[in-house]
Design a binder for this molecule. Structure first.
Ligand code: TA6
Length: 322
């Protein structure tokens, strides 16, 4: 089979500030864009060329600053608990196209995909002394669904294990945050980042937004729905190997405090992040971890307290092949 870089569905171009970018295209007009800087998806458009991810108008494409929006990769840590920078260093590094990607049967129906890899460097050895391989496959399915698969392998030669946390820090574009609800996280426990990660239980029958929210929901279901009422469309997020889900909107005060974020942009974004935070992952040398998320769009004319009461969403069981 031709490699991803040799078919008409994958184009290598120069993006903002001359940074290397890969454009994935599907025949029905869906597209996605991935920068090698950070291994970061920055765009996902439907067949009507509508942008479905949020990218700040003030996003800096200037290493080593992270790009504000799209799907930043948080590794080897989510948050800023240890000596590492907030959300780790993977999003601030230049990744490479993986010349020898592992076989992966889960995206067999996708012709538009790219395999990237990030390995340890002397630069970061000072702050995180482990050897690792972080692989990312970004694939655009024939129906426009966007699939991200990450594989992390411990390649230490000193026999040492390492422990990490991880998140796909996905910024969804929404028409009006005050008309958005998230379903699938009801009754779950969460750690509230606005209250020193104190543990609470979600009381609402769906999550709506009237102020800053920064919550890490624990042991969440495989599927989460984000309903954009204005556009009558629902994002479906399916995940595997990522038990937690972070929900974040900075609201007005924090929006103003971020230089790479427009003062009013909080109205048009919501982060729902497939993550592994509560229970960090430990790998022995030679061991590998896999985590995946798939996002798709379905029309949603319903507004209910349950996820899909009349079977309008395609809630097929998630099966990942590799
Ligand atoms: O995912 C939520 C969060 O941890 C918030 O606390 C906020 O800090 C956000 O990430 C953005 O972090 P960043 O380092 O990208 O500015």
């Amino acid at each position: 089979m031709a490699s991803a870089s040799e078919n008409i569905y994958v184009e290598h171009v120069k993006g903002v500030n001359g940074l290397d970018k890969v454009i994935l295209r599907e025949i029905r007009g869906w597209s996605a864009e991935v920068y090698l800087y950070g291994g970061q998806v920055t765009s996902w458009k439907n067949e009507r060329r509508e942008e479905l991810l949020f990218l700040s108008s003030k996003a800096l494409f200037q290493p080593p600053k992270p790009v504000r929006g799209g799907i930043p990769i948080c590794f080897p840590q989510f948050g800023n608990l240890d000596s590492l920078e907030q959300h780790g260093f993977a999003r601030n590094r230049l990744w490479s196209v993986d010349p020898d990607p592992p076989p992966c049967s889960s995206h067999t129906n996708s012709r538009a995909f790219i395999d990237l890899i990030l390995r340890h460097s002397e630069e970061e050895a000072k702050i995180w002394s482990h050897r690792y391989e972080l692989r990312l496959r970004v694939a655009l399915g024939p129906a426009g669904d966007l699939m991200l698969t990450s594989r992390i392998r411990n390649t230490n030669t000193d026999g040492k294990s390492f422990t990490f946390t991880f998140a796909y820090h996905t910024y969804f574009f929404v028409t009006d945050i005050s008309e958005v609800r998230v379903e699938g996280l009801e009754t779950l426990d969460y750690l509230d980042n606005l209250q020193n990660r104190e543990r609470f239980t979600e009381q609402g029958d769906a999550i709506t937004f009237e102020s800053e929210v920064d919550k890490i929901y624990l042991s969440t279901p495989t599927k989460i729905a984000i309903l954009d009422h204005e556009r009558k469309r629902t994002f479906e997020l399916r995940k595997d190997g990522l038990p937690d889900a972070v929900v974040w909107n900075p609201w007005d005060k924090k929006a103003k405090a971020m230089a790479d974020f427009g003062d009013e942009e909080y109205k048009h974004m919501l982060c729902v992040e497939a993550a592994c935070v509560e229970k960090p992952i430990t790998l022995k040398p030679g061991e590998e971890w896999k985590g995946r998320q798939e996002i798709s769009i379905v029309p949603s004319s319903y507004c209910s307290g349950q996820l899909d009461p009349r079977g309008q969403l395609d809630l097929r069981r998630v099966t990942f092949g590799c």
